[in-house]
Design a protein. Sequence first.
Length: 315
Amino acid sequence: MLKLITSRATFMVVILAAFAIAAIACGSDSEPAAEPTATPQPTATTPPPTATPTEAPHDHSSHEHGPVESEGISVDLEVTVDEMSGANVRIIPTGFEFAPESVNMDHVDGEGHAHIYVDGVKIGRVYSPWYHLGGLEPGEHEIVVTLNANTHADYTSGGAPVIASQTITIPEPGEGHMHGHSHMDGGTEAPLGMSVDVRAEADAASGANVFITYSGFTVTPENVNGDHVPGEGHMHVYVGGEKIGRVYGDAIHLGKLPEGEHEIRVTLNANDHSDYMIDGKVVEATTTVHVTKGGDSADKQEGSGDAMDHGHSHG
């Protein structure tokens, strides 16, 4: 995997520009998820993205508007090109805990979620330290992550935005993406005791929040595309039978779902993306959620590009 580090000088200019914008911003804290927004691209001449609302409003009378100061919070970022599609993002916070179950609720210092941007366009919320960005076109891309409170307000520390940025280059097909990887087409026998459960709740701002519990299974995003290790892997998520992408944590936000009923299915998958199976049946769980604040269509939450994952999309 490739790993490129952003220029330190450019990164400092980005932070200072972000602070200048954040200091005067006081808009709504509801934010888009899993869908592009017209957010300025973070460059030396254009301020980095802020939480610009485009979702339907929700009751946020107790939510804070504008930045939230919290001493001791910081964030670092590691982005590596994925052998199958896109990139894998690792968010490394200090003084901060991911709390997807508290999203849209009152502010609790030091907890919340992250917002992720690609080339100035907001992709959505991130509820865990690892995230897969699929479907990135070949070429250079700047990945920006901010830490955000439960209310979606941007965190600041010492008056500076809590933000990290890294630039990566996605190779042309055949230059680095190993589409012929040794993925197993027939599934992988699950270790004894492996199981998964899923529940979903309509999000107050848009779409749905999906929560996953499992046993006999360890999420290992650092080993994705690697050799099979029994009990290791990640999850795949489907909406209405269509694969949305990979999941590297216990929760995910599906933002751009139209209003109405949606079937959500989660499978447990090995490092090589094959489905874990017991007695010939995929280890999976299904639930239904009624979305009350919807987007335009059930677009892939990350532009997943995971058709290249030999996705076994059973539906």
